[in-house]
Write a protein that binds this ligand. Structure first.
Ligand code: FEO
Length: 396
């Protein structure tokens, strides 16, 4: 017997909790991952999303405790990524009468990834299925997180099944926001946004316009806890992140070959602190890229430092800069610092990456040969102080 959680009359959580996953396609998940699948039992039976393939049997057992899977009429595939559609092949062996409901792009993704076809029903913006007491409305949310992504809305119960949007990678035996530590859930929601959705921030406003006008008593994402008591807070956070609102924190990220770049970083941090803004230091390797990017999400400035190696940056710094470029944070100031032995190159490489990642680089970078003298370390302090003041000014 497995525990099926009831969201409301006729709506159940039938997903899986992956307590031990620590790497979700490169995103560090110290609190594990959940794959939320929801069963709607109305005059018609409908499953919203499945789970990752290894958890198919667990999902089927949860469903079977409520209804024979052969009675499922519709399987909504809000998103073709394998964490939600991976169990579709196993499910469809049992749900032999079900239509698979998805966007045109979702159909393309499922057919190509799974190399099989189902009884598809392609839906678009504004389409609705009548389930009996409730109608299910389809709300495509392209690029949140893939082109095929959509949400669906159960009108009678006023539940928004939002798929990746509003998700968090957190494992718990309690399925609702108000049964968990809200600070922990909000941190994980921010981390999820920063690492998965940040490149598509310009689309968030439009998505909120579409979903915000619906009367919603629950937001049921496909990862993490279900929002029922803190809907306004998470909506407000998405508005803020979508706009790219910057705070006045400065994040300093660096790596150091023999300690000289680290010495610069620490002295720059002192300067930042002296400006009155909050600073935070991350040596690459000590924190995961996904945690560092979570700090960048609400920061006002990002300073990146590296020793020079082969006329460029250290491989760790290069990895961070590549990750940053993909995520394209908005509305941040950037600056570079480096050490070198002869011809240099790290500062330029960092500045180019920061600019192509969308950061505003208006302060010339700072480079030191071999290791900083007292005067050069004083310059590092001044460099941090000036940067901190600029971040503070922008916040006003
Ligand atoms: Fe949770 Fe984009 O899949």
């Amino acid at each position: 017997m497995l525990n099926n959680v009831k969201l409301t009359e006729g709506v159940y959580f039938v997903g899986a909790v992956d307590w031990n996953l620590r790497d979700f396609h490169g995103y560090h998940t110290p609190r594990g991952v959940t794959y939320n699948s929801y069963l709607i039992v109305d005059e018609k039976i409908c499953l919203v999303d499945t789970v990752k393939a290894p958890f198919a049997e667990e999902m089927l057992e949860r469903i079977s405790q409520i209804v024979d899977p052969a009675k499922i009429d519709y399987v909504i595939t809000n998103h073709a990524e394998p964490d939600h559609a991976g169990a579709l092949p196993k499910l469809m062996e049992k749900a032999v009468n079900a239509k698979v409901v998805l966007t045109a792009s979702g159909k393309d993704g499922v057919m190509k990834q799974q190399q099989r076809s189902y009884d598809f029903m392609v839906v678009k913006e504004g389409d609705t299925i009548n389930l009996g007491r409730n109608n299910l409305h389809f709300v495509p949310l392209p690029m949140l997180h893939w082109p095929d992504s959509m949400a669906c809305y159960l009108d009678g119960e006023q539940i928004l099944f939002s798929n990746d949007a509003f998700g968090q990678h957190v494992c718990t035996t309690k399925r609702f926001d108000d049964e968990n530590d809200l600070n922990e859930v909000m941190y994980e929601a921010g981390k999820y946004y920063a690492n998965i959705l940040m490149p598509y921030s310009r689309l968030i406003g439009k998505a909120l316009d579409k979903t915000g006008q619906l009367p919603v008593t629950m937001i049921a994402p496909s990862h993490g806890v279900i929002w029922r008591s803190h809907i306004a807070e998470i909506m407000q956070k998405y508005e803020q992140w979508g706009r790219g609102d910057a705070g006045d924190t400065v994040i300093i990220v660096y790596d150091s070959m023999w300690g000289a770049t680290e010495q610069m970083a620490r002295r720059i941090l002192d300067g930042v602190a002296a400006s009155g803004v909050k600073g935070k230091l991350h040596r690459l390797g000590a924190a995961s890229l996904s945690d560092i990017i979570t700090d960048v999400l609400e920061a006002g400035g990002l300073m990146v430092g590296s020793s020079t190696q082969h006329n460029g940056v250290l491989a760790t710094t290069g990895g961070f800069l590549t990750y940053l470029k993909g995520l394209r944070p908005t509305n941040k100031l950037g600056a570079a610092f480096s050490t070198y032995g002869w011809s240099g190159g790290a500062q330029n490489t960092i500045e180019e990456f920061l600019k192509s990642s969308g950061l505003t680089v208006e302060q010339s970078g700072l480079s030191v040969k071999w290791a900083g003298s007292k005067e050069e370390l004083d310059k590092c302090f001044e460099f941090g102080l000036e940067f901190g003041k600029k971040v503070k000014m922008r916040k006003k």
